[in-house]
Design a protein around this ligand. Structure first.
Ligand code: NDP
Length: 317
């Protein structure tokens, strides 16, 4: 026998800073939000060590601790936080339908999407090892660059993100070696020119990481390979930044919501609204530019306020 369909006023999908901030606002506005955490409760911040750039934590806080605090704050006002993965949606409207774990059906007057994005990694075993130890592999220079102050680092990638992050790191680190897998950049010319003009950035073309090497806990160097000549070299470094792009977690919304060519959901500028009435987006699912916890939290707040106004205008709140 199929389970009874549940009806909610506000359904929040995703449990990063965007989702929990939306939940704090929505629950304080008495929208009785239900939040599904997704596959990685807490989102990308749970893979970050210390967060030192979120206002209000003068001594810093670890990513996982911060997410526990945000969850507690959302629950304090009555958010119903559940584990579960949304597998399908139907936005034919006016009620928005979602299916949880392929089974349970929920109907929501408003939906706030905060499913985030996932950083892409090279997929080498040693890279994943030092990512997990927190000993030198990172996909976010703005988050982790400071820990490599006065040290030598390597950055992989040649898109706008890699250029931006290389520039950021060059102000903190003594030397930045940029590994470009082809013989040219993908980035816009202006970004490429900027990177080339910085003295302490060395660019190696046709070069890929073969292995990340260290003492088991911390990175000490990388072995790189020239993919034209096959020659290998070792580069001493304490940090390895992977900047080869992100993938927004928006696959289930394809065909329903307007997106750019890489899958980022388009919001109506100056709001969290999407092309579907009553469906809102916040955080990295719609943002490939800033991608910070604090900006995600800001757009989570916008989404909840927009959802509340939508409910009020429809006489549903
Ligand atoms: P991109 O997809 O633009 O670039 C990814 C880079 O990583 C490319 O140089 C690519 O190489 C390289 N790469 C991919 N896989 C590997 C791999 N396995 N090993 C080595 N190198 C690899 O991603 P970005 O995150 O840089 O940018 C995403 C979007 O965001 C773009 O549209 C960009 O313009 C935009 N953006 C804009 C900014 C701004 O305007 N300030 C700042 C940041 C991003 P290859 O070229 O060989 O494929």
């Amino acid at each position: 026998m199929s389970e009874e369909i549940e009806k909610v006023k506000c359904l929040i999908i995703g449990s990063g800073p965007a989702g929990y901030t939306a939940a704090i606002y929505a629950s304080r506005a008495n929208m009785k939000p239900v939040l599904y955490q997704g596959l990685q409760p807490g989102g990308q911040l749970t893979t970050t060590n210390d967060v030192e750039n979120f206002p209000g934590y003068p001594d810093g806080i670890t990513g996982p601790e911060m997410m526990i605090e945000l969850q507690k704050q959302a629950e304090r006002f009555g958010t119903d936080v559940r584990s579960g993965w949304i597998t399908k949606v139907d936005f034919t409207g006016p009620v928005h339908k979602v299916w949880v774990d392929g089974e349970k059906e929920v109907h929501a007057d408003t939906i706030i999407i905060s499913t985030g994005a996932s950083a892409k990694y090279l997929g080498i075993e040693s890279e994943q090892h030092y990512l997990n130890t927190g000993g030198g592999v990172s996909a976010c220079a703005v988050c982790d660059g400071f820990f490599y102050k006065g040290q030598e680092v390597v950055i992989v990638g040649a898109g706008d993100s890699a250029c931006e992050e290389a520039g950021y790191l060059s102000n903190i680190c003594t030397k930045v070696t940029m590994l470009v897998r082809r013989n040219e950049f993908r980035a816009s010319v202006i970004m490429e020119e900027r990177v080339k003009a910085i003295d302490n950035i060395e660019i190696m073309y046709n070069t890929e990481i073969d292995e990340v090497l260290g003492d088991g806990q911390n990175v000490e160097k990388v072995r790189v390979k020239n993919n034209k000549t096959g020659e290998t070299t070792e580069i001493p470094c304490t940090g390895v930044f992977i900047a080869i792009g992100h993938k927004p977690n928006t696959d289930i919304f394809k065909g329903w919501l307007d997106m750019d060519e890489t899958g980022y959901i388009k919001n109506i500028p100056g709001s969290a609204k999407t092309n579907i009435e009553g469906v809102f987006v916040s955080g990295d699912a719609a943002d490939h530019v800033y991608r910070q916890a604090v900006t995600a939290a800001g757009t989570g707040c916008m989404a909840a306020l927009d959802a509340e106004r939508y409910l009020a205008a429809k006489g549903l709140h």
